[in-house]
Structures are given as structure tokens and as C-alpha cells.
Design a binder for this molecule. Structure first.
Ligand SMILES: *[C@@H]1O[C@H](CO)[C@@H](O)[C@H](O)[C@H]1NC(C)=O
Length: 411
């Protein structure tokens, strides 16, 4: 179980750049590693690499800003290609207009998407387009799809993973046909869902696994579900995971944040912000877990937990869009069509809601008693000028900020 290092596009102020070794962030060396894919070079490029990473983009327009945005993405890809140069991964651009036929053949449909070809599989990357996130994603993708657990200590590490779906199976040997089916199934979900296996009786006993049995762990739940009717075929495993892929409480992750967000519940998400490394955030998260455990059988409930620490670039945007303070825990309902939202009243840090209060509030949301549309008639007028999203530093923002301008007197 590894943590991947962070690679970012580093900016180094000349005066503060000291020549100490050991923490050299890679800077782009200017070499072109990302090539344009065409009908002509397609076969040759594909043959050359184990993994091919393709950025499917709209034609570069003559608009200056669009050009700069495109260049920035290109530089991110170049840096990723440079960092992973020794890994046998190819990086290409596919122009949606010039290479329309090729894109169609590859099954690409969404411009601006990043796809990875690995053997027969096409994996869509649905996460944050940032060098560190991409590097971690690709490194996870070139690893074996199943991680083997051999010792009690590794069991502890396995048990500690609580914020994502995981599966573990017990098999006789690596050559077992049931292990092979498990391995094939794992490839459908790599790198988003972690598959583990053991061939060790002691480990299996510790995890109460019978021979050829696979246990499925929902995030934040104490007990796993044993997948019924062992032994399983690849298809049975894939189907089970697909049916159970939406947990009661799920953490928004940079590597698949868009996929998670697109998986809304009738146009809304129940969103909880809690910073795990902050005492109040931690406490709030524990309460959320309790609520999730009590309601794990409710298929209509899936709370998206966001730790603001995972998304530093989005914090200001969220605070502005949702009109909330992210220095404290929050829970609310967000309409994914227009980002309209309502948030639970949480009076103060020492006054977090109890699990019962939270459950009541969630029930009101699910029954429609609390809805993002409630306040729309009352203050329609005020809202109107904010509906033109993102026009930046217009007057209405200034007014928001000035609401707290009493503080200025301190200076
Ligand atoms: C979300 O917002 C859209 C557009 O304002 C609205 O038509 C829709 O009914 C809302 N959905 C819910 C579930 O409130």
C-alpha cells in the first residue's frame, strides 16, 4: 500500500531557489513527448506501448484564451509524460475534428476527455486534470489489478482502508480458475476499486473467509457482505460490484470526482463538507458514518463527503457558489443542474447535530420537505443577478464581502 509522491508544476522564485538535493520537483524540460495521433501513425503508436493515454480535444480555436487553456493542458500532459518516461506509457492528442473517424472508431464521445487504452480495455479518466492526480492514476493502472495479502500485518493495513470500496477473496493458488476469474473482474474496475486476495489460511481465518469466497466492503461499514453463491464467474463478480457501487457514504476523490458527481440521485446530491484533520470536522465525519451505518439499507441515500483539503482549488468557488463557510462542517442539498443549494443550520462548533438530528434532516430531504426550490420564490429578486454564473468580480460580490466590513475597523 503506497502513497504516490506529488508532482506539481512548480514555480520557483529565482532568489529563493537553493541548490539542495533530494526534493527536486520536475520542471518541464521542453522536449515534445506528446504526439498527435492520426490514422497514419495510430497502429505504430499503439504497438509501442503497454498503456496509451489519449487526450481527445476539440479543435484549437483562434481565440487567445482558449489557446492558452489548451496549452496549459498540453503542458500538464507533457510533464506527466516526462515524469513517467521510464514507464512505457504513450501520450497522444486526438483532434476531434481532424481525426473524427479515428475518434469514432475508438468510441470517444466527450471532447475534453482523457482516455487510456490498456489491452482491450478503454478506461475513461473522470478526475481532476492535474499532473499529480494523473500520475497517480496511471501508476495505479500499470500495477497488478489484484494486491496479494500475505501476513497479519498486511491484514491490518487492509482493514484500515475505510473510505473506499474494497474486495478480498481467498483462493487456493494463483493458478486457481476462480482466482483467474477474480483477477479478470478486477480489471474492469482498476484503478478505481481495489481488489485484494490471499492464498494464506491464517489470513483467511482472520478475515473469516472461506475458500473461493469474496467479501465486499462498503466504505465506512464495519462488516463486509459475502458475495453469495460462490464460486463465482467473472461476470457474476462484475455484476455484483456494479449493483453495489453506490455506497451510503462516499468520499469525493480527485481521481474520479466527475464520475461521482454525475451519479446524482434524481438531480440532487446530499453533500457533507468535513475536514478530517480538523477536530470538528473529524467529529462530524464520525456522526456521518454513524448515520450511514444506520441507513445502509436505504437505496435512496448516498451522501457525498468532501474533505476540502483534497480540493484546495475549489474551496473559494464552493464558498461563493453555496454561500457557506468551509472552515466548519456543513451538510446540504445541492441541485446539480443549477448548483442551487440549502444547508443545514449548524449553530456552532460545539453544537454539532447528533446522529438523530442529522437523520431527521436527511429524512426531510428525501421526503422533499427540504428542497433547494423552497426559497426560490421568496428572494427571487435578490438571486437574479447572481444567476449569470461566474461573471467574476462584479458588484454583487463586493456587496457580499462588505457585509462583514465591521472588521475593517480593527486596522
Ligand atoms: C434543479 O434545478 C432545476 C433548474 O432550476 C429545476 O428545474 C429542477 O426541478 C431542480 N431539481 C430539484 C430536484 O429540485
Amino acid at each position: 500500500m503506497k502513497r504516490t509522491h506529488l508532482f506539481v508544476v512548480g514555480v520557483c522564485l529565482l532568489s529563493s531557489c537553493r541548490a539542495e538535493e533530494g526534493l527536486n520537483f520536475p520542471t518541464y524540460d521542453g522536449k515534445d513527448r506528446v504526439v498527435s495521433l492520426t490514422e497514419k501513425n495510430f497502429k505504430q503508436v499503439l504497438k509501442k506501448y503497454d498503456l496509451l493515454c489519449l487526450y481527445y480535444h476539440e479543435p484549437v480555436s483562434s481565440d487567445k484564451i482558449a489557446q492558452k487553456q489548451f496549452q496549459l493542458k498540453e503542458i500538464v500532459l507533457e510533464l506527466v509524460a516526462q515524469v513517467l518516461e521510464h514507464k512505457d506509457i504513450g501520450f497522444v492528442m486526438v483532434d476531434a475534428k481532424k481525426e473524427a473517424k479515428l475518434a469514432k472508431r475508438l468510441g470517444f464521445h466527450e471532447e475534453g476527455s482523457l482516455y487510456v487504452l490498456k489491452g482491450e480495455r478503454t478506461i475513461e479518466f473522470d478526475g481532476e486534470f492535474a499532473a499529480d492526480v494523473l500520475v497517480e492514476f496511471l501508476l495505479d493502472l500499470i500495477e497488478d489489478p489484484v494486491e496479494i495479502i500475505n501476513s497479519k500485518l498486511e491484514v491490518q493495513a487492509f482493514e484500515r482502508i475505510e473510505d473506499q470500496i474494497k474486495l478480498i477473496g481467498f483462493f487456493k493458488t494463483e493458478d486457481s480458475e476462480y482466482y483467474k476469474a477474480f483477477e479478470e473482474a478486477a480489471q474492469h474496475f482498476q484503478p478505481y476499486i481495489k481488489f485484494f486476495a490471499t492464498f494464506d489460511k491464517g489470513v483467511a481465518k482472520k478475515l473469516s473467509l472461506k475458500m473461493n469466497e469474496v467479501d465486499f466492503y462498503e466504505p465506512f461499514m464495519d462488516e463486509p457482505i459475502a458475495i453469495p453463491d460462490k464460486p463465482y464467474t467473472e461476470e457474476e463478480l462484475v455484476e455484483f460490484v456494479k449493483d453495489h457501487q453506490r455506497p451510503t457514504l462516499r468520499r469525493l476523490r480527485p481521481e474520479d470526482m466527475f464520475e461521482t458527481w454525475e451519479d446524482d440521485l434524481n438531480g440532487i446530491h446530499i453533500v457533507a463538507f468535513a475536514e478530517k484533520s480538523d477536530p470538528d470536522g473529524y467529529e462530524f465525519l464520525e456522526i456521518l458514518k454513524q448515520v450511514a451505518r444506520d441507513n445502509t439499507d436505504n437505496p435512496d441515500l448516498s451522501i457525498v463527503w468532501i474533505d476540502p483539503d483534497d480540493f484546495p482549488l475549489l474551496v473559494a468557488y464552493w464558498e461563493k457558489t453555496f454561500k457557506i463557510d468551509l472552515f466548519k462542517p456543513q451538510i446540504g442539498v445541492v441541485n446539480v443542474t443549477d448548483a442551487d443549494s440549502v444547508w443545514m443550520e449548524i449553530p456552532g462548533d460545539d453544537d454539532l447535530p447528533t446522529a438523530e438530528e442529522l437523520e431527521e434532516w436527511i429524512e426531510d430531504v428525501l421526503s422533499g420537505k427540504i428542497s433547494t426550490e423552497d426559497d426560490d420564490n421568496e428572494d427571487d429578486d435578490d438571486d437574479d443577478d447572481e444567476d449569470g454564473e461566474d461573471d467574476g468580480d462584479d458588484d454583487s460580490d463586493e456587496e457580499d464581502d462588505d457585509a462583514s466590513d465591521d472588521d475593517d475597523d480593527d486596522e
